[in-house]
Design a protein around this ligand. Structure first.
Ligand code: B12
Ligand code: SF4
Ligand code: SF4
Length: 385
């Protein structure tokens, strides 16, 4: 005879209103609780299946870290033995836009205009974790803010904080999509939301229609087509056919959020918390291109821009300079010819050719690296001079 399934332990004496108040006091705008069932079963199973299908389609591009830790993403016990609840947390981050330059300029995704949400949300979540530990002595916990192997949007949706839209963004009905998410797993069963937030995308398809690279489909976002992936996550050379996709986006991309109707009335986040800066929202491409990579990286302490590293930002700046037709930046691109980094030298040759610099091809021929030489004949976008 098999043993009857173990009954849930008596729900601990944690007042949910007090938990939500503590989350707010710590700095979050919204909190909820999702149940975590053993071995990722129950409501979570279709999310795990989605992840597996997404990976099978190769939509992760070269973000190998997702594939490498897939077991933890689909079975949360691998992160916290006995996990029973997920406290799902939301912190709005889109502040009013800093004043824009007069001419068409390079753009940075809103989450990177000021302080790094990893730092801001982590501090807040640690405050909340201390509060929970004081209320429930001995409780086990695991915290994920972006970098943990946790399907964060799934838990926020199941906790009733919002729904996962067609863009795959988690949408809060009042606050929209511009939020940073965090998940705090606990090894105690808390009273959870009775059901996931209902889907409110309805017949809208704005994000799918307006994504400039058709990256959004029924399986989610194909990172191989997503500007955010190429500008933030991809290391090394950006292939020539992809470079025009970046348009004016030098770091990240907000198009599928900007067109989402749920953002149009969302209240702005507090600039005092996020400290947005005009030179982060609208960076000076020339300054980035000519700065040594290490110096640029060092200058960006505490900013999400650091994720792309100095050399990634300079590579992106070269491409955006070409996309924006900024001929005044030809001398800056020429100065890259002496850089140690072949990726930057190769990208600079392409930029100079697109901008109509007649010396670009001969400089490519003089470069010792064949990968830079090859840029002399890379096909240029149609509209290039
Ligand atoms: C990898 C990653 C990326 C990749 C891949 C994006 C993607 N959509 O997966 C790239 C680099 C492209 C990217 C881009 C961006 N990202 Co990102 N990214 C992540 C990360 C680290 C993992 C996401 C993941 O697991 N993807 C795998 C796929 C399978 O997941 P998914 O598409 O979200 O699918 C899930 C749901 O959509 C769901 N689902 C969707 N439809 C349906 C339907 C049914 C029936 C079911 C059951 C499930 C389901 O199934 C999946 C499992 O839950 C998370 C942090 C984290 N740990 O979760 C941040 C995260 C998702 N990113 C975030 C942000 C802000 C962005 C950008 C806006 C940044 C920018 N401005 O440039 C863009 C937005 C692009 C977009 N439309 O998604 C935020 C999202 C906040 C929010 N409101 O949702 C997160 C949560 C980071 C954080 N902690 O704040 N990102
Ligand atoms: S972030 Fe930009 S490129 Fe990526 S899916 Fe959204 S609109 Fe498309
Ligand atoms: S733009 Fe429309 S379809 Fe896309 S996530 Fe927003 S509401 Fe949903």
């Amino acid at each position: 005879m098999s043993a009857p399934p173990a009954a849930d332990p008596t729900p601990p004496a944690l007042n949910l209103d007090a938990l939500y108040a503590a989350a707010q006091a710590a700095g979050f705008d919204v909190a909820g609780v999702a149940p975590v069932e053993p071995q990722g079963a129950g409501w979570f199973a279709p999310h795990a299946a989605r992840l597996e299908a997404w990976l099978a389609a190769g939509f992760d591009a070269d973000m190998h870290y997702i594939r490498e830790r897939v077991a933890e993403r689909v079975v949360p016990e691998a992160l916290l033995p006995g996990v029973r609840s997920a406290v799902a947390l939301w912190m709005s981050h889109r502040t009013p836009t800093p004043p824009a330059p007069a001419e068409r300029a390079a753009r940075v995704a809103a989450y990177a205009w000021g302080r790094d949400y990893h730092n801001v949300a982590r501090k807040a979540a640690r405050r909340l974790r201390r509060w929970v530990s004081a209320e429930l002595p001995g409780v086990g916990s695991y915290l994920s803010i972006d970098t943990g192997p946790v399907l964060e949007r799934a838990y926020l949706a199941r906790a009733g904080v919002g729904w996962i839209g067609r863009s795959t963004m988690l949408i809060h009905p009042r606050l929209g999509t511009f939020g940073s998410l965090a998940v705090l797993f606990l090894d105690v069963a808390l009273p959870a939301a009775v059901a996931a937030h209902p889907d409110r995308c309805g017949t809208c398809t704005a994000c799918v229609d307006d994504c400039p690279t058709q990256a959004i489909g029924p399986l989610g976002v194909d990172a191989r087509r997503c500007i955010s992936y190429w500008t933030i996550e991809h290391r090394g050379l950006i292939p020539p056919e992809v470079r025009p996709w970046l348009g004016e986006w030098v770091f990240g991309c907000d198009i599928c959020q900007d067109v989402c109707p749920w953002n149009h009335k969302a209240p702005p986040a507090d600039p005092a918390v996020w400290q947005p800066a005009a030179d982060r929202a609208w960076p000076d491409l020339g300054a980035w291109i000519t700065s040594p990579s290490d110096a640029l990286h060092a200058q960006l302490i505490g900013s999400p821009l650091r994720r792309a590293r100095g050399e990634g930002l300079r590579r992106n700046a070269l491409i955006v300079a070409a996309n924006l037709g900024q001929r005044a930046l030809i001398p800056a691109a020429q100065a890259v010819a002496t850089d140690d980094d072949w990726v930057l030298r190769a990208t600079a040759i392409w930029t100079r050719r697109v901008l109509g610099d007649p010396t670009a091809v001969q400089d490519a021929a003089r470069d010792p690296d064949p990968r830079v030489q090859a840029e002399a004949t890379t096909p240029l976008p149609d509209r290039a001079t």
